[in-house]
Design a protein around this ligand. Sequence first.
Ligand SMILES: Cc1cc2nc3c(=O)[nH]c(=O)nc-3n(C[C@H](O)[C@H](O)[C@H](O)COP(=O)(O)OP(=O)(O)OC[C@H]3O[C@@H](n4cnc5c(N)ncnc54)[C@H](O)[C@@H]3O)c2cc1C
Length: 277
Amino acid sequence: MKPAAFDYVRADSTEAAIAFLAQYGDDASILAGGQSLMAVLNMRLAQPALLIDISQSLQMRESVISAEGLLIGASTTQAEIARRSNLMAEVPLLAQAFPHISHVQIQNRGTVCGSVAHADPSAELPLVLLALRGEVLLQSNQASRTVAAQDFITGMLTTTRRADELVRSVRYPLAQAGTGYAFGEFALRHGDYAACAVAAVVSRNGIRIAIGGVADCPAARDWPLLDGSALDDALNSLAWDLDARDDPLVSAKARRHLVRRLGLRVIKQAREAMDRK
Ligand SMILES: Cc1cc2nc3c(=O)[nH]c(=O)nc-3n(C[C@H](O)[C@H](O)[C@H](O)COP(=O)(O)OP(=O)(O)OC[C@H]3O[C@@H](n4cnc5c(N)ncnc54)[C@H](O)[C@@H]3O)c2cc1C
């Protein structure tokens, strides 16, 4: 199927993008890498009157390290971040997650902010943002605001972004001393969306685990430094809490199993990483 007719504009600055968003609101879609949007348009799941193409914007193509974290601008591709030479030291969960995201061709065009804005429940980048308590920086021509990752995604492909707001950037906190990070996922084929993805952050203060691919949106839990049967019980409760999706390829029962087994494995890896520090 072909998309419904739409108008196209190129916005090379934040100001231009948010001006179009202010004018068109719900009738406009930001076109970043197009790796999810074009499929949505081709299936006519959305029929925006206007596409605002930000993919060529040099102003929005940025990645800046500061004490607050790695700030990634709206036009920055996934590949540009994945290829940072020091990523494993800067944001180890991101470095571990990128190899699971589809294939290099998709990462060459797909943007980090686009993945977060799209809010696919199986996507790795919003999951890592949630696990690290990252932030989404939104901008309209009225105001800018910062939303904690845990308050941004509210359901399947649904976020708290307003129609006139651009995801200007996202911020991933940097690795902390004495903390171990691990990421793992199960997909039916390499590069497929995850049936279950797990990100774990372990320090002497406790465990933070985030799960994607299981429910309609990623979820995170904070536990003390559990071990043995207490950890098994916590993972089992989490598996039942998540309202696992049931589809012809992966049942809800299999997804719950993955939460328990993959969850345990990834937490152990994060704990070992912490012990090595
Ligand atoms: C074959 C294939 C396999 C894939 N496998 C995976 C996978 O395993 N894991 C994974 O995580 N992803 C996967 N993807 C998706 C890919 O990572 C996308 O690139 C990503 O989800 C969306 O990024 P994008 O820049 O292409 O956004 P687009 O497709 O351009 O946009 C997606 C949505 O977000 C909105 N949007 C984009 N940027 C902004 C912004 N700055 N502000 C406001 N709204 C915005 C758009 O309007 C649109 O609604 C796959 C895609 C394909 C085609």
